[in-house]
Write a protein that binds this ligand. Structure first.
Ligand SMILES: C[S@@+](CC[C@H](N)C(=O)[O-])C[C@H]1O[C@@H](n2cnc3c(N)ncnc32)[C@H](O)[C@@H]1O
Length: 189
């Protein structure tokens, strides 16, 4: 199931990505430019919890979700795990709606969404990174993560591993409650 889903994820969006991969040369000032590294495809809530548990997230730790979508990973990290959580999101509507959710939930002291490009942020303080991007996008992020992450930072990748890195553990969840299986990869720098 994972592999067919993974294939569908990659194939269905290859066309979208090829059209979107060029940074917009005409972006108005204040609007971040960047390559669309994956379409919006949210992680089911049950899998979000597994990702944070698998990443051994502890209270007070700093976590970053690379491409935070509707903010669900950031929200659970702050609300349930009491972490300091940051999402990075390039899509303006998702940035606005997820930021509004954090406000509504009263999480603004411990959680935030940065409107920006994953590849242009500082992750040197991260204890945990979560990522649900396409395989080639993970490869693009890898050199930056290698340069920035402190020793011991954990990285949890959903469904697509980080090419060239060896996971310390993998976890397959055969059914997310909707009949889809998921694989998580845990790396430690
Ligand atoms: C597959 S979704 C994952 C969303 C969320 N992390 C989750 O697991 O539910 C990937 C997200 O990355 C965002 N994204 C893609 N390229 C980006 C970039 N260069 N910088 C920031 N966000 C990006 C997309 O807009 C989308 O919301």
């Amino acid at each position: 199931m994972t592999s067919s889903f993974a294939r569908a994820f990659v194939c269905c969006f290859a066309v979208v990505l090829s059209a979107q991969q060029q940074p917009s040369p005409s972006a108005p000032s204040g609007q971040p430019t960047g390559e669309k590294l994956a379409p919006y495809y949210p992680t089911p809530e049950s899998i979000v919890d597994k990702m944070l548990e698998f990443g051994q997230l502890r209270a007070g730790e700093k976590m970053f979700d690379l491409g935070s979508g509707d903010g669900r990973i950031v929200i659970m990290a702050a609300q349930k795990y009491h972490a300091d959580a940051t999402g990075i999101e390039l899509d303006h509507d998702l940035y606005l709606s997820s930021g509004a959710k954090l406000q509504k939930l009263g999480l603004q002291k411990t959680a935030r969404i940065v409107y920006g490009d994953i590849l242009k942020q500082d992750y040197s303080s991260a204890d945990l990174i979560t990522v649900y991007l396409l395989p080639e996008s993970n490869l693009k992020a890898r050199p930056m993560l290698e340069a920035q992450l402190k020793k011991g930072t954990r990285i949890v990748a959903h469904d697509f591993g980080i090419g060239g890195w060896t996971p310390v553990k993998t976890l397959t969840i055969p059914d997310d409650g909707e009949g889809r299986s998921h694989t998580l990869f845990l790396y430690i720098r």
